[in-house]
Design a protein around this ligand. Sequence first.
Ligand code: ADP
Ligand code: MG
Length: 258
Amino acid sequence: MSLLTTSGLTKRFGGLVAVNSVDLRIEENETLGVIGPNGSGKTTLFNLLSGFFPPTAGRIFFQGRDVTHLSPEERVKMGMVRTFQLVSVFNSLKVWENLVPCVAWHSGMYHSLWRFMTTPAANTWADSLEALKLVGLEGQAEAVAGELSYGDRRLLEIALALSLRPKLLLLDEPFSGLSDVEIAKVLALLKSLKGKITIGIIEHKISMIVDFVDRLCVMNEGRIICEGNPSEVLTNPLVNECYWGKQEILERAGVSGV
Ligand code: ADP
Ligand code: MG
């Protein structure tokens, strides 16, 4: 049984169909890449999966359970956790405090992932430090989060997601806005997680993830137009014709000599 499946998942915004009858599956401990041009519906798809938008039609199943109408918080409790295209951390709190929801709670703040929670999760300092060690930020535990580099804030956001013990981690463009050095750090972290938890990762630039993912889904105009292992997808004529054009897709994949 797949960890996650959707059937006929659709989201309309007025006349625009942002996600159009998507049948998606993600297998347990798989790393799935979701690629596609700007506006193709990738973020909307993750917003539907994580419960931030209700779908117009279709169903979402997680571990065989219909979660279509569950709140984001209920999905987080089941192990469905996401990060955001723009880094989402508590800039005014210390780094370690970011990972202890009750600190944020008592400071009158809430994270998007916690916003529907009635009782904050009881993470402790020890849990927080463990998560920081995992992402290599333990030396900056006492720093104010807003003073970290953008790349370190991305690592903190991933630590925050990991502290919620995800079974499925959905990452929306985790490399966007990062320098090459920062990208290498985040990629090394994600590689250390690969195979241990299930990962769904949106990325605009295929070359970033082509060697990292097990399978790729290509979205265009709200639909999945192609899926398969990365080499199949990169050579699929449908992708090349309907979408980027061969030259561009190969260049994006870092394939030289074409
Ligand atoms: P991607 O992440 O692939 O760049 P999005 O999922 O953000 O694409 O957007 C898909 C389409 O849905 C775009 O045309 C976008 O303008 C539209 N869209 C996304 N979110 C909203 C919203 N909250 N309200 C109206 N239109 C939206
Ligand atoms: Mg997006």
